[in-house]
Design a binder for this molecule. Structure first.
Ligand code: SAH
Length: 503
């Protein structure tokens, strides 16, 4: 299928074409069209923007956010930036005059915009979805109606192995029974012999979350395999897998470069998904520990270690913040931490534990620049980590999204710096109110059951290099006879300082 991108008047686009390879298969003089539903769909913000300019905009965005902390390298774009998505999702609906439609929710609404030939999606996956729509019609399968709760077919998810070509189809249904299941499967596989597995996922909740808990394999092995960075990966329906395989390799290469592994290090891969980073770096490290919340992803990660015959990697199913805190409490030694959290970014709990563990290097991979910036600021404010370098990678051409990989290293002899944390809506941290002596005393009393004087607080402030508001009879000389804060109270005051984000 030929997807035509832009009208011939888009000169800028043609220039881009020569620099970044061509998108679609346009022949000279052929009319090029912009995606007909781009305005309503909201998936692509930049269909009208030449690719070169898209990259410049993303570069500017990252520079604006991160330049003050360190070097920002030029964004790495794609040679062929169309049809990169290996995972395609369509929502099904019944619309008057159109019948059953497959498409995407209009931005910030639950209206379904029918989609054909999406610029982002793997073309075969797009074709499969349209065929499922036609099959549903002939099998008299009704699309689910969100308002009435009537109907069966809610969503279809198609995943394509970039290297292996294996294809998974997930039919998300409101109830577990698909009428004429066998015939439906046969008809679909006849049309697309490249489909290797089909699953039913049951989602009977009134929710915009696509996948429900229950799953039933109706054809094949229930997962697909793909290759990335020379390793093979098992991918289940509910596991996260980067949607742009070409750029994922670029991204991981940069991340590995930032880690400077020499072969003996202990490495943590936090928010590890199916273990792609952990297993990519395992050969260059002594030991790798992966942590991930999603059970299916962890199961895949364990299987992936086996498939690739890698045995210096352990995977744990846990919240990354909780897990890292346990590592910090156990005083485990870690040399390098890769962290690749979801869009909401990391958590204070995770970052505090990271600071306590003190890995030499942190490689932070982020798909959301705002939360990345927030987390970097937090680290720089609370510790001696400094951003060495950041590289934006365009994982999501034609959309406003951008991935960034950042290298942070520990500069032990550098003083902590003042970084302003704007109380922006993006931040999910609750900035503590300004800590007064009274508040510190109250906190220590409540949390530790101890009474502490202004003098003791001032002494510990002094010790931590914090500004003191008043001179609480501090000793003028080292040997002056002034009561000295006992260790127990010192620890409690330090805890209060941490609580109030003072240290
Ligand atoms: N590094 C992987 C996955 C990155 S996506 C890759 O490149 O493929 C982010 C991952 O974080 C998802 O797999 C998600 O399930 C996981 N996640 C989300 N919240 C988490 C938490 N609190 N603790 C651990 N993992 C979490």
């Amino acid at each position: 299928m030929v997807f035509l991108l832009l009208q011939t008047s888009y000169k800028g686009y043609m220039e881009t074409k020569s620099r970044y390879g061509h998108v679609g298969r346009k022949q000279e003089g052929q009319r090029i069209e912009i995606c007909p539903v781009a305005k309503n769909c909201g998936g692509c913000r930049f269909t009208h923007v030449p690719y070169k300019e898209q990259l410049q905009r993303k570069q500017r965005q990252i520079e604006q956010l991160l330049k003050e902390f360190g070097r920002v390298m030029p964004i790495i774009g794609m040679e062929e930036p169309a049809h990169y998505r290996n995972k395609v999702h369509a929502v099904f609906d019944f619309q008057k005059g159109k019948g059953i439609v497959a498409g995407i929710y209009q931005e910030k609404s639950h209206r379904v915009v029918p989609v054909k030939n999406c610029l982002l999606e793997n073309e075969k996956a797009g074709e499969i979805i349209l065929s499922i729509k036609d099959l549903a019609k002939s099998f008299k399968i009704k699309a689910y109606n969100e308002d009435t709760g009537y109907g069966l077919l809610r969503h279809v998810l198609v995943r394509v192995g970039h290297v292996t070509g294996e294809i998974m189809v997930v039919l998300v249904l409101a109830s577990p029974i698909l009428p004429s299941k066998k015939n439906f499967v046969n008809a679909l596989c006849k049309l697309y012999p490249e489909i290797t597995t089909i699953l039913i996922n049951v989602n009977n909740k009134k929710t915009s979350v696509v996948l429900g808990e229950k799953e039933q394999i109706i054809y094949g092995k229930g997962y697909i395999e793909d290759e990335l960075c020379g390793r093979r990966f098992k991918i289940s329906a509910k596991s996260f897998y980067q949607v742009n395989s070409v750029q994922t390799e670029t991204l991981y290469r940069k991340a590995v470069e930032y880690a400077h592994l020499k072969g003996k290090e202990t490495v943590v891969d936090a928010y590890c998904g199916i273990g792609t980073i952990a297993l990519t770096v395992a050969g260059q490290a002594g030991k790798v520990i992966g942590v991930e919340l999603n059970k299916d992803a962890v199961r895949d990660a364990v299987a992936n270690a086996r498939i690739n015959q890698i045995n210096n990697v352990d995977f744990y199913q846990n919240d990354a913040g909780r897990f890292l805190t346990q590592m910090a409490d156990a005083k485990d030694k870690v040399d390098v931490v890769f962290m690749d959290p979801p869009r909401s970014g990391s958590t204070e709990q995770f970052l505090d534990a990271l600071i306590r563990i003190e890995p030499e290097r942190i490689v932070y991979i982020s798909c959301e620049p705002e939360t990345l910036t927030r987390d970097i600021k937090y680290l720089m404010q609370k510790s001696s980590y400094r951003m060495q370098e950041a590289t934006p990678v365009d994982m999501f051409p034609f959309t406003e999204h951008v991935e960034t990989v950042v290298q942070l290293s520990l500069k032990k002899d550098t003083p902590k710096i003042e970084v302003t944390m704007e109380p922006g809506a993006e931040s999910n941290y609750t900035p503590e109110e300004k800590a007064t002596y009274g508040k510190i005393k109250a906190y220590v009393k409540e949390k530790h059951g101890l009474n502490v004087s202004n003098l003791y607080i001032a002494q510990i402030k002094d010790k931590c290099g914090l500004d003191k508001r008043d001179n609480y009879n501090l000793p003028k000389s080292e040997d002056a006879k002034v009561p000295k804060c006992p260790p127990e109270k010192e620890a409690a005051i330090m805890d209060a300082f941490r609580h109030f984000n003072m240290i």
